[in-house]
Write a protein that binds this ligand. Structure first.
Ligand code: BF8
Length: 631
């Protein structure tokens, strides 16, 4: 039944933002929309990647009259060096997040606050890593595996443990091309060594290391982040939730979690749900407590607890502009420093919690695994106490939200799809039903839609329009990060969105009872997508690069996104970008990334700013791959 299902349009979201900015004007608030105007047009040297300031002889900028820097480095060396530095920043960031999760696992105790919620997964990983599991206490095992996980960051010899999960062919490529990542920290250090003054200036060498550094993220740090988060907080399974600003509740104390590390957000959710805290909120005149999220930590708690998603990256200021946010609690990454001064225009408490992300105009409550329970309680209490400081005249929550079913981990996808075709699903299951759908043409292929918002692209528009066209063409979409939230806000994760699909995909959605856009989690969870394609390749007997599958980040903005792009391409998946990674200043580097990589890793980038063309190119690529394998 179609019922009254209707997508929320980008125009409607923009109108809501306009209204919020009106509130902002009343209190003298700033907004990214204004700051973009002050910052444009952007510096052309920076935009094309030909500004070098890695030593103090410069900064050097390349022009037709000055084709070399003072050291003699040309545009190609400078662009490639900048690209590698950008990648290393992203790899370091994701991987350090993964390290924190290993650290949290090390602190897990039977009495909590951190417990082992998925012991089977822990045992599976332990066995995979050659750890004896028989007769061992699960917490002893957790600590042993956590130490091994932490050791991956500085391992003395060999490569990342998780690489063995890839198909043999992919592992051989990594070996042959000398891009199999060693210790995670080593790849970041090696990248910064290579980009130091007087080291590498040869584009091929720098781009090769970009792939290796990216792989140390996707198949190292990010994968650790995902896997051990599942062990600690549970492996996601389908759960219903809601998305967009309308999930905030004007009668309740609103706590917004923002950032990436679920160690914080999980604890906030836990204590906001505590009857004692709810009673305390009621004693302060609120009807209850609503926790909602922004950015990837929101994806984490949505996937595991059904906590609603207030918005994605460029909506983070909007939650404060509602005037109904008692506290925005952040951990690390993608947090606008603007939230400090903005919160001062309202009653909102801007709470920073990590030594990694400290900002002016915030209240710093240092969050630590040992004291997590007290820290979380103190934050929830602070938000409740702040409820009475709200100015009712400034409260406006756009009446805008959509239903979403989220929580599609690889385990959940396999179970859901296997259940449709195979009534005797065993515990492990396979991706064969999905392969059958693809080979028969019922589904033409799959696109992994990932990444951020970027003011260079009309926010959310590219994500939503691309997804609409893909599903109409029977291409299933798996999404993560802010792309997933764009889909959820629009309604594309509502199962009723099946009516926007082509006949084949619609049938699959009906039979499997899934939405056409599957939420696979946060950005570190793109590692889940790597496992999924690996399983598809193994189960089909094809190479990853032969599968009718592509990746796409139409609105990406962060260093992490470039690191991701590198490991997705290096895994054999063609990747389509809507924003140029500051490489247009070198035809050599651009050509290497868009063509040359194919000789190394059987996949390459496509950069296309026109999103109509971008989606057509992806569909074309998927059809080409189908033809090549004769399906
Ligand atoms: O890690 S998609 S804006 S929130 S970087 Fe940031 Fe980009 Fe969002 Fe998550 Ni990923």
């Amino acid at each position: 039944m179609m019922g009254d299902f209707k997508l929320t349009t980008v125009e409607e979201m923009e109108a809501a933002t306009e209204k919020l900015l009106e509130t902002g004007k009343k209190v003298g608030a700033d907004g990214w929309q204004y700051r973009v105007k002050n910052q444009t047009p952007h510096c052309k040297f920076g935009e094309t990647g030909i500004c070098c300031k890695i030593c103090s002889m410069g900064p050097c900028r390349i022009t037709p009259k000055a084709p070399k820097g003072i050291c003699g480095c040309d545009a190609h060396g400078i662009v490639a060096r900048n690209y590698l530095k950008f990648t290393a920043g992203g790899s370091a960031t994701h991987s350090d997040h993964g390290r924190e999760i290993c650290n949290t696992l090390y602190h897990a105790k039977p009495e909590g606050p951190y417990k082992v919620k998925d012991p089977e997964k822990l045992i599976r990983i332990a066995k995979e890593w050659g750890v004896e599991t028989e007769g061992k206490d699960i917490y002893d095992l957790a600590h042993e595996v956590a130490i091994l996980g932490l050791s991956e960051y500085g391992k003395v010899f060999g490569h990342q443990n998780f690489l063995k999960r890839a198909p043999q062919h992919t592992q051989e490529i990594w070996e042959r091309e000398e891009i199999a990542p060693r210790a995670i920290d080593r790849e970041v250090s090696c990248s910064l060594h290579m980009t130091h003054m007087g080291c590498s200036s040869k584009p091929e060498a720098l781009i090769r290391q970009s792939l290796r550094s990216g792989l140390s993220d996707g198949w190292g740090g990010s994968m650790a982040g995902t896997e051990f988060s599942d062990v600690l907080f549970g492996t996601p399974k389908p759960v219903d939730t809601e998305a967009n600003l309308g999930v905030m509740n004007k009668d309740n104390v609103n706590i917004v979690v923002h950032g990436h590390d679920p160690s914080l957000s999980e604890m906030i959710c836990e204590y906001a749900d505590d009857p004692e805290m709810i009673a305390y909120a009621k004693s302060k005149g609120a009807k209850g407590i609503t926790v909602s999220g922004v950015c990837c930590t929101s994806n984490e708690v949505a996937m595991r607890r059904g906590i609603p998603m207030a918005g994605n990256f460029l909506q983070q200021e909007n939650v404060v502009l509602t005037g109904a946010c008692e506290a925005i609690v952040v951990d690390v990454q993608c947090i606008f420093p603007a939230l400090g001064p903005l919160s001062k225009c309202f009653h909102t408490k801007f709470v920073t919690t990590s030594p990694i992300a400290q900002m002016p105009d915030s209240e710093f409550i240092r969050f630590h695994a040992d004291t997590a329970a007290e820290n979380a309680k103190a934050i929830v209490k602070m938000a409740i106490d702040n409820f009475e400081n709200r100015n009712p005249d400034l409260v406006y929550i756009p009446d805008m939200k959509q239903k979403a079913t989220v929580g599609y981990s690889v385990e959940a996808i396999v179970k859901t799809l296997d259940g449709v075709t195979n009534s005797q699903v065993d515990e492990t299951g396979t991706t064969k039903p999905l392969i059958e759908c693809i080979t028969s043409g019922v589904i033409r292929g799959a696109v992994a839609m990932v990444g951020c918002n970027n003011p260079k692209i009309r926010p959310d528009y590219a994500h939503i329009e691309l997804m609409k066209k893909l599903i109409a063409n029977d291409i299933i979409v798996v999404a993560s990060g802010c792309s997933a939230q764009a889909a959820a806000k629009a309604g594309l994760m509502d199962k009723e969105a099946k009516n926007l699909c082509g006949a084949g995909l619609k049938r699959v959605c009906e039979l499997a009872d899934i939405p056409p856009v599957l939420h696979m989690g946060s950005c570190v969870d793109i590692s889940r997508m790597m496992i999924l394609v690996s399983e598809l390749a193994k189960d089909s007997g094809l190479n990853i690069s032969q599968l009718p599958v592509v990746g796409c980040a139409p609105e990406w903005m962060s260093e992490k996104a470039v690191s991701i792009g590198n490991y997705v391409v290096a895994t054999g998946i063609d990747t389509f970008l809507g924003v140029d990674p500051y490489v247009s200043g070198s035809d050599q580097v651009s050509k290497l990334l868009t063509e040359g990589l194919r000789d190394w890793v059987e996949a390459a980038y496509t950069v296309e700013k026109d999103i109509e063309k971008l989606v057509d190119l992806m569909i074309e690529r998927i059809e080409e791959k189908r033809t090549a394998i004769g399906i």
